[in-house]
Design a protein around this ligand. Structure first.
Ligand SMILES: NC(=O)c1ccc[n+]([C@@H]2O[C@H](COP(=O)([O-])OP(=O)(O)OC[C@H]3O[C@@H](n4cnc5c(N)ncnc54)[C@H](O)[C@@H]3O)[C@@H](O)[C@H]2O)c1
Ligand SMILES: [Zn+2]
Length: 399
């Protein structure tokens, strides 16, 4: 026999993404969480709890309430060992050694593939604990209880996890569908104001990309969201979570194998800004700036009406997000973010821009001159907003 032989069989894997919305998941809504914990045959479900240290400090009764809940139905679920506390914020993602500690704890508790890792925290803790859970036994069931607006509106409902390595954001991680996500309003109550507004930059991002009516909604609610008016904030978080989830489950590329990564609109510069500022800027703040930059660029180069770019920047400012950061003074180091973005995806550079609100375009070249002008326009907009003027000093449109 000569020649080669090959078998290529496409296949799909059925997955369910379970997202729940509650107002007090460890109080009156505890049944929602209980229902998600399926016993393992005759055995009760084993649930290991991980909490963001800062959330545990801000909510002193949280550990007690979780313990009480997990001991309330011994035939259905049990909690092996103690509750585990981990550093909150980017610190947990920047120290690779924490990963080994987490894996040791999962091993010591004899978790198996039918056990649950229940993680309560901000997006950084969800990412890091989720990564450990995804690689232990090639995947332990993960239930996320996001405690920030950003994690409830975006990262917590996603199918990714990671930690940072080699001074690069999210360099090591996996795609893994969580068992369930519970977006609980009460868990957000202790979030500092600065972090509360952060999540809404991702809501602006996804609405600009996909849904003009959702963009109107967040613009209309911006001032009240800044005042932490829950009646204004809750529908925007819900809409953003839904749009992210729709993209993941119906967009045809949940594990981002294709060239474009539209949900990363504004993120090539945002990720670089986080690193350049040594994480002084929060992810949500960096995303606000990144979305503003690519929105202005879209207006300069791809036909997005200037009035829409202006509304987007005005909305970000009214939400209370900073647009004028000192890291924008010299755009040159930011441009390295473009190459890092390309390198991460492989192949040619593909960046998502806007032709209109709700209409995206994938571009493969960036006009550095126009991008420089966009960065400067965002910086000036942020500066003028501080004086109450809020005008977009857009240079003339280029082709
Ligand atoms: N996996 C994904 O798809 C994805 C998507 C977007 C962002 N992310 C990642 O998410 C991270 C950012 O997450 P984040 O914006 O949620 O911030 P965060 O996790 O960094 O939390 C911000 C700070 O608030 C504290 N905190 C969290 N909840 C609190 C509460 N309820 N009360 C008091 N303090 C609280 C945290 O301890 C931390 O110090 C970044 O690492 C980013 O890369 C991941
Ligand atoms: Zn993001």
């Amino acid at each position: 026999m000569t020649g080669s032989d090959s078998i290529d069989i496409p296949f799909t894997v059925p997955c369910v993404h379970r997202l729940r919305f509650t107002s007090d998941v460890l109080g009156k809504d505890h049944g929602t969480l209980a229902e998600l914990l399926e016993p393992s045959g005759e055995q009760p479900a084993r649930v290991q709890v991980w909490i963001d240290e800062q959330v545990a400090a801000a909510q002193p009764d949280l550990q007690q309430r979780l313990r009480r809940f997990l001991k309330s139905r011994p035939g259905r679920f049990t909690m092996p060992g103690n509750i585990q506390l981990v550093p909150g914020g980017e610190a947990i993602k920047n120290d690779i050694h924490v990963l080994e500690r987490m894996l040791k704890c999962m091993h010591a508790a004899e978790l198996d593939r039918r056990s649950y890792v229940l993680v309560v925290g901000g997006g950084a803790v969800l990412d890091a604990v989720g990564f450990a859970a995804a690689i232990a036994h090639r995947g332990i069931r993960l239930i996320r209880l996001p405690t920030t607006t950003l994690a409830q509106a975006d990262s917590g409902v996603g199918v990714k996890n990671s930690v940072n390595l080699f001074q690069k954001k999210n360099w090591v991680g996996t795609f893994a569908v969580p068992w369930a996500v519970v977006n609980d309003a009460a868990l957000l109550s202790t979030l500092p104001d600065r972090d509360f507004v952060c999540g809404f930059s991702e809501a602006v991002k996804v609405s600009l990309l996909k849904h003009p009516a959702a963009f109107e909604q967040v613009c209309a609610a911006a001032d009240r969201i800044r005042q932490r008016d829950w009646a204004a904030a809750a529908p925007v978080i819900r809409q953003s979570a839904q749009l992210h989830l729709d993209h993941i489950t119906q967009g045809g590329d949940p594990f981002e194998s294709l060239e474009a990564r539209p949900l990363d609109f504004g993120h090539w510069s945002a990720h670089k800004l986080e690193v350049l500022t040594d994480y002084r800027l929060r992810h949500g703040e960096a995303v606000g700036i990144g979305v503003a930059i690519d929105t202005v660029y879209s207006s300069l180069k791809h036909g997005l009406p200037v009035a829409d770019a202006d509304r987007a920047l005005d909305c970000l400012i009214r939400l209370g997000l900073p647009l004028n950061d000192e890291a924008l003074a010299d755009p040159q180091p930011l441009f390295d973010g473009l190459e890092e973005f390309r390198q991460h995806l492989g192949g040619r550079l593909t960046v998502t821009m806007l032709q209109a609100v709700g209409r995206k375009i994938d571009v493969h070249d960036i006009d550095r001159g126009a991008m420089r002008e966009s960065i400067e326009a965002v910086r000036q907009f942020g500066q003028s907003a501080a004086t109450g003027r809020r005008e977009l000093p857009l240079p003339p449109v280029r082709n």
